[in-house]
Design a protein around this ligand. Structure first.
Ligand SMILES: Cc1cc2nc3c(=O)[nH]c(=O)nc-3n(C[C@H](O)[C@H](O)[C@H](O)COP(=O)(O)OP(=O)(O)OC[C@H]3O[C@@H](n4cnc5c(N)ncnc54)[C@H](O)[C@@H]3O)c2cc1C
Ligand code: FES
Length: 262
């Protein structure tokens, strides 16, 4: 079930380069609680950002974390344009109308023993809730995070409470110098990989996973509008034909995608 709810911004933390971590709580605690309890890792919200003609369409943002005890929804927002700039500069107390939870999310079961969560940039955001859900299921995830430089890394402390965190930065200011796809951790033995980040990174990780026959799920960030499978603007050509990433995804097993032949 999808919910269309007003949320109040309770807390906003700048994280560098104008980006921000936002904590929101539903105005209606009963319906809000029901919505938050349904969220699974890798799902996203579609948020209405008022005050601008260019932000008429809602914007999709991954669910970074959910706490059903305190009724808190956490979103990480990168300042990429008009809507995200407004969100990153919002004030506590402001309200936002949010459609949630959307998409399918990552899937895993208790048979996995050594999952690697690979993420770059804003793609790190959905990995926190995924790592928490895995930990809750008795699985210890290992993280491999990439960023341009140390000051652009997010959530490293919280993630390191859940499992080993490996880091790659382009300038070598933290972890190994270079891309996540060049990091030594990727060469270790993994039984599954979960990936979110820039498309070239996900394609390279998918290529490694296919070569080593490791199960791999990736989260796509096709441009979206409705978030519900109605407007068809997020279509991806897959092995099952054209599908709406907002509804059938955003998470796909790489075997469903046509990347290998591109
Ligand atoms: C499933 C999904 C999850 C996402 N999760 C996050 C997240 O956790 N944090 C975050 O900061 N960003 C996330 N994004 C990207 C975010 O939606 C865009 O950065 C945002 O929509 C840009 O809007 P804008 O008005 O600020 O900038 P614009 O000026 O509209 O665009 C800036 C850039 O964002 C891209 N973009 C614009 N509109 C969309 C759209 N509707 N869908 C996707 N990309 C768009 C444009 O191609 C352009 O490259 C996610 C996108 C998707 C599809
Ligand atoms: S965003 Fe409208 S169909 Fe996917």
């Amino acid at each position: 079930m999808k919910y269309l709810l007003d949320f109040t911004l309770t807390d906003i933390h700048p994280t560098g380069a104008g980006d921000a971590m936002l904590r929101l709580t539903p105005v209606d605690p009963v319906r809000g609680g029901n919505a938050l309890r349904q969220v699974s890792a890798g799902q996203f919200v579609n948020i209405h950002v008022p005050q601008s003609h260019s932000t008429f369409l809602r914007r999709p943002i991954s669910i970074c974390d959910v706490c059903t005890d305190t009724l808190t929804l956490t979103l990480f927002v990168k300042d990429a344009g008009a809507a995200t700039h407004t969100l990153c500069n919002a004030n506590s107390g402001e309200q936002f109308n949010i459609l949630l939870p959307l998409g399918n999310g990552f899937s895993f079961d208790s048979s996995i023993k050594s999952p690697l969560l690979v993420a770059g940039g804003v793609g790190i955001a959905p990995m926190l809730f995924l790592a928490k859900q895995m930990k809750k299921a008795g699985i210890t995830p290992t993280m491999l995070l990439g960023a341009v430089s140390a000051d652009r890394l997010i959530l490293t402390e919280k993630l390191s409470e859940l499992g080993e965190v490996n880091i790659a930065t382009n300038d070598g200011s933290a972890g190994e110098r270079g891309l996540v796809t060049e990091h030594s951790a990727l060469q270790r033995q993994w039984d599954s990989i979960y990936c979110c980040g820039p498309l070239p990174m996900m394609k390279a990780v998918a290529g490694e996973a296919l070569k080593k026959e490791i199960s791999c799920q990736v989260s796509l960030e096709n441009v979206m509008a409705c978030g519900l499978g109605a407007c068809l603007c997020c279509v991806e050509d897959t092995r099952h034909g054209n599908v709406c990433v907002c509804k059938e995804g955003p998470v796909f097993n790489i075997k469903e995608l046509k990347w290998q032949t591109m």
